[in-house]
Design a protein around this ligand. Structure first.
Ligand code: NAD
Length: 349
């Protein structure tokens, strides 16, 4: 192996800046990983496509995604008017059945963290829940949204999370609101408890969503793997990101049986567009997760090694503490941070 086609979506707002920064780092890691070749396939998607094609993800873009081995995606702005296109991220997650959204949040060197030893992973079901986007107005001023929850999706996300917990500290928190949504979250709870029987070594911790938001602040170091439904996972992962320094640091993998899409947790932050100011580390860490996934899928040691090199480059720059973007107290630029990480990777070889 060693040669991979990567669909690259630059996205909107700050997307092109954080993706360009990440491409610089990927260039450096290819320089020091002889035989590794990442061929970018640039994919049109996002706001600018809407007036041109009437959609934010045109057919030719979907074709390129299907021809690629994985997707590296910048954040995309989603219009909020009723009837406007669905979020690009949600469309790709559903189209490729990328059912597991995996968001690691870990305290980093020299980055203000709520507690010094946070190391948790949020596993969010990625294909259903209120993100079905099925809404209708019954009569003017009275609207209904459909929360779709299936046993099949709950069981497979639970199994994914338990397997992950087995490779870590063997603790799994499952989060729901079963006291209110007795049927939909009832299915989620039963599925988790059924799958738990296959993993007796994993200690489970049941939390309702309101208590989970509180416990995450009170004792974040006690969380290992946290599994939940789509919307709760979306909200909890922004909270967890802030515990370890903010949205500029946290990446997410969207994983299915045959395809993976990797992106920062943050959105397109339009107010910072074109300022060369935001932190590219979240997207750089997304590319590291992409290499890890490719490495495991194709048993490619070169890819796994390259992922380690990216992480080591990020950690070295953070440890030295000289290059810091505005979000953690510095005035380094997006390109400056990417260049520093790229140079470290090349130095370490
Ligand atoms: P956002 O994540 O874009 O920004 C919120 C705030 O977080 C920013 O104002 C900034 O202070 C901080 N921030 C975000 N990224 C940062 C970075 N890399 N470095 C430093 N600080 C950073 O959230 P929002 O303002 O609610 O959403 C803006 C748009 O992004 C919306 O259109 C939304 O739909 C979209 N969005 C897209 C995705 C995606 O593509 N997966 C995810 C979330 C939001």
């Amino acid at each position: 192996m060693g040669i991979y086609r990567i669909a690259v979506i630059k996205g909107d707002g700050i997307g092109p800046e954080v993706i360009d920064a990440t491409m610089r780092v990927l260039e450096a890691v290819q320089d020091v990983s002889k035989g590794l070749e990442l061929k970018p396939l640039y994919v049109e998607a996002g706001l600018e496509c809407i007036p041109k094609y009437g959609t934010n993800l045109p057919e030719h873009s979907i074709k390129l995604l299907k021809e690629s081995d994985a997707c590296l995606k910048g954040p995309v702005t989603t219009p909020e008017e009723p009837g406007s296109p669905r979020s690009v991220a949600v469309t790709i997650r559903v189209m490729f059945d990328l059912y597991a959204n995996v968001r690691p949040c870990k305290s980093l060197p020299n980055v203000p963290s709520f507690k010094p030893n946070i190391d948790l992973v949020i596993v969010r079901e990625n294909t259903e829940d209120l993100y079905s986007g099925i809404e209708f107005e019954l009569t003017p001023g009275v609207a209904v949204a459909m929360r779709v929850i299936t046993w099949k999706a709950c069981e497979r996300i639970a199994r994914f999370a338990f397997k992950l917990a087995m490779s870590r500290r063997k603790k799994l928190a499952y989060v729901h609101k079963g006291n209110i949504m007795k049927i939909t979250d009832g299915i989620f709870k039963s599925a988790v408890l059924k799958v738990a029987q296959e993993f007796p070594e994993v200690e489970i911790w049941e939390l309702r969503i309101d208590a989970a938001t509180m416990q995450l602040v009170k004792r974040p170091e006690d969380f290992d793997v946290l599994v939940t439904t789509n919307m709760f996972g979306d909200i909890l992962s922004d909270e967890a990101a802030q515990l370890v320094g903010g949205l500029g640091f946290v990446a997410g993998a969207n994983i299915g049986e045959n395809y993976g899409m990797f992106e920062p947790v943050h959105g397109s932050a339009p107010k910072y567009k074109g300022m060369n100011k935001v932190n590219p580390i979240a997207t750089i860490m997304a590319s590291k997760m992409m290499l890890e996934w490719l490495g495991s899928k194709y048993s490619d040691a070169l890819c796994l090694e390259a992922a380690k090199k990216i992480e080591a480059g990020v950690f070295k720059v953070l440890k030295e503490g000289k290059i810091r973007t505005y979000d953690f107290g510095g005035d380094a630029t997006t390109t400056g941070m990417a260049e520093a990480i790229a140079r470290k990777i090349i130095e370490m070889g």
